[in-house]
Structure formats: C-alpha cells, structure tokens
Design a binder for this molecule. Structure first.
Ligand SMILES: [Zn+2]
Length: 419
C-alpha cells in the first residue's frame, strides 16, 4: 500500500461530514489534482466523544460510495502508541505512530556506540544535496542526538511490529510523528532519526517533525515564517538524502500537523513542494467541527440558539476544556465576549466572530480557539446536537466543503500547478 503524493488528513469528530469533506477532494480531482483523503481521529478524541474507530471507517466507506470517489482513501489511527493501538487495528489502514513521550529517555547501555559503529557516514561534515552548507556533524553532537532519539525510535519499531503482527505488511501505511514536543528537530537530528528508523526496519511513508513556531488550534501560525521556510526546505533535502542513503520508501514525505488553518505557511510550503517536486501530507483536523458550529449559527433559529448554548457551556468550563491542550492554544481571556453579549448576537455576528477570516475585524481568535477545544460540550449534548446537525445539514455541508476546498486545498494544491 503506497500513499499518494498529496494527501490531506481530515477530522470528523461526530462522524457526520465525510461526504461534505469528500466533495472538496472531488472538486480538486475534477481540476486535475488528485489529493487523497485520510480520516484521522486520535484515541483522545474517541475517548472524549465516546466513539469507536470502526465508526470512522463506516462513515468514510459510506461517503466514498455516496460520492463515487474513484481513488484511494485511508482511515488513520492518529497519535497512537503501544498502549492505545490495539482498538484501531481492524478499522484503520494508516497509523500515526507517536513516540514523542520517549524522546530524551536514556537508551540502553551500548546502544549509542553500536549506532555510531553502524553509521560512520554520520561523522564529520555531511553533504546534503540542496542544502546551502554541509551539516556539521561532530562525533559528540551525533552521539548526543542519537542518545536523545534512539529509545523513541525503538519504541516506534515495537508499535510498528505490533501492527504488522496483526495486519499484512503491505496493507497499511505508517507515519512517525514527533510534533508534540517543545523543540523543533535540527537537520542533524532528523538525519539521525531517519538512520535509526532504517535500522529498525520501519518503512514509514510520512514523517511529522516539530517545526519552529506556535501551531495553535484552528488559528494561523505564530512565528518566524522565513525561518519556517528554511527549516521546511532543509527537512525536504534531508528526507530525499535519507531515502537514498538508507533505502527508506521512495515516497517518504513530510507530514504537517498544523492544528489546522496555518494560512501564512501555505505559500512557503507550496513553493518548497514545487522546488523539490515533493509530496505532502497535511492534517487539518478540528476545523470541520467548527464548520458545523458555523453552519448551525448561520442557519439561525434553533441552530443559532444551540451554537450560543455551546459557547455558554464552553465558557463555563474553560479551564477543564483547555487543560489537555495547553501547549496548542493561546486564549486571551479578556478577548472572550460574555454570555450575555453573545446571546444578543445575530447569526451574522456569531458567524463573523467564529469564521477564520483574518481580514474581518469581527473575527475573534480567542472565541474560535475556545470553541475548537469545546467539542466535548457538543458530545455531552448527545442526540440533541446530532439532531440539530441533521436539521441544518445543507448549510453545514456547504461550510464544510468550502472551508476545506477554498481555505486549504486551493491555496496549497490548486493555485499554481505543482510538478
Ligand atoms: Zn500531531
């Protein structure tokens, strides 16, 4: 099973929008660019919502049938580890193996020395085609990087083999994610990670490193775009080099876990993909739920009332909702409107505060981030929430499709012809 050059991860917390999401991919395909959808849902999300991985599979299969999608699609066990992978094995064919917790744990005695013996090429300057200058690789630096990452890669090997023991080897795609850490990886670290992955025999097809800057949920990138662009280019060069040097899968590509809506990065990413003729996996999870809320509000009547109640509950449980996401949200509490004022809003006011249009002075990033992590409130509402989704279905579907197509797929993949 080989992952296509371009793929986009989509989340669908309540499992009702797969068809509307797929319409966006269908439109791109009609314009000649095949981007394959990957429905991803993490263990934490399943836990908060009370859903099972098989429900994601069923929703995806049904949407594929209904829309008549003729290309590949995948269901991703998002951010799984050895403790959480089992419940995903039957339903999923894409596994995002997350070993961030093992980064920095001391490796077994002798492991670093053995690694250095296997990799004499990682001493002295390492010349990487496409990079401005060689990566300086003093033995001490290489050893330090190896000792930081070897345990994590061994753990990834264990997870991969556990999946491989239950599924045929060519029946799933493996991604390695290291994005949920505090520090971005240097080119040297990335090279050592890739060498270690090859040693562990993990045929990963995508790799999600941590990039520089803040990737807050549902809002734009906060950081140095120029520096991001340089890092992204360096990562592409290192990956291409490692594919040859360590015989990793030829289609190995970068995966950008962005918390969605990193609009200011789309141009540098697109330029880099073009320059290197490279593929990309982009994860946009979480925004579909916000489009459901936008659609409820835009529908007016009971839909708007429910959207306002969800905001009220989210505001009341702010600490509890934000705690698990502390490192990926920046909410300015003073910027959050009171329940009283939101209850007086028209549907237009609600939609404009929530919709991610950076040029709109009424857009409120704090409100958007709070509602982004507020899906638990909707989960608690249960059938009342789901019934309202049904009642407002056409308007919600239009928002879901348009968001994915116009804000993500078009600027990244359709604006300038890629290679
Ligand atoms: Zn991630």
């Amino acid at each position: 099973m080989q992952l296509e050059k371009y793929s986009v991860g989509v989340g669908d917390r309540f499992g009702r929008q797969a068809e509307a999401q797929l319409q966006a991919f269908q439109t791109a395909a009609a314009q000649g660019v095949i981007i394959v959808p990957v429905w991803n849902k993490s263990n934490r999300e399943h836990h908060l919502i009370g859903s099972e991985p098989i429900a994601v599979r069923r929703a995806a299969d049904a949407a594929i049938q209904a829309v008549g999608w003729a290309h590949s699609y995948y269901v991703d066990a998002d951010h799984i580890g050895l403790k959480t992978v089992d419940r995903f094995i039957t339903a999923c064919d894409f596994f995002t193996i997350d070993v961030a917790d093992d980064i920095g744990k001391p490796p077994a005695p002798g492991a670093v020395k053995a690694f250095m013996r296997r990799h004499p090429e990682l001493e002295g300057d390492v010349e990487i085609p496409g990079m401005e200058r060689p990566i300086p690789c003093a033995r001490a630096d290489a050893e330090q990087a190896a000792s930081k990452f070897l345990r994590a890669i061994e753990e990834a090997g264990r997870v991969y083999r556990r999946i491989g023991a239950a599924k045929a080897e060519d029946s799933f795609i493996a991604e390695l994610s290291m994005d949920e850490t505090d520090r971005s990886q240097t080119p040297l670290e990335l090279l050592i990670i890739l060498a270690a992955i090859a040693d562990e025999n993990i045929p990963i097809q995508t790799l999600a490193p941590k990039f520089t800057g803040r990737f807050n949920k549902g809002v734009d990138y906060v950081g140095d775009v120029i520096r991001f662009e340089r890092e992204f280019n360096d990562d592409l060069c290192v990956i291409r080099h490692a594919i040859r040097q360590y015989r990793l899968p030829a289609n190995l590509k970068l995966s950008v876990h962005s918390g969605s809506d990193k609009f200011s990065l789309y141009k540098p990413i697109r330029d880099a993909l073009k320059r290197h003729n490279a593929g990309l996996h982009l994860k946009t999870a979480g925004t579909t739920w916000l489009e459901e809320l936008t659609g409820l509000a835009e529908s007016g009547g009971d839909g708007l009332i429910l959207a306002k109640q969800i905001y009220e509950q989210a505001l009341a449980h702010l600490e509890e909702l934000c705690a698990p996401y502390a490192s990926v949200i920046d909410i300015d509490r003073k910027g959050l409107p009171s329940t009283t004022s939101v209850n007086g809003w028209t549907r237009e006011q609600f939609v404009r505060a929530l919709r991610h249009d950076p040029s709109d002075p009424q857009f409120n990033p704090s409100l958007r981030q709070l509602l982004h992590v507020g899906f638990k409130v909707a989960a608690r509402l249960g059938s009342r929430y789901l019934q309202q989704l049904e009642a407002c279905k056409p308007i919600i579907a239009r928002n879901v499709t348009r968001n994915l197509l116009e804000r993500h797929i078009r600027p990244l993949f359709l604006m300038i012809p890629l290679c």
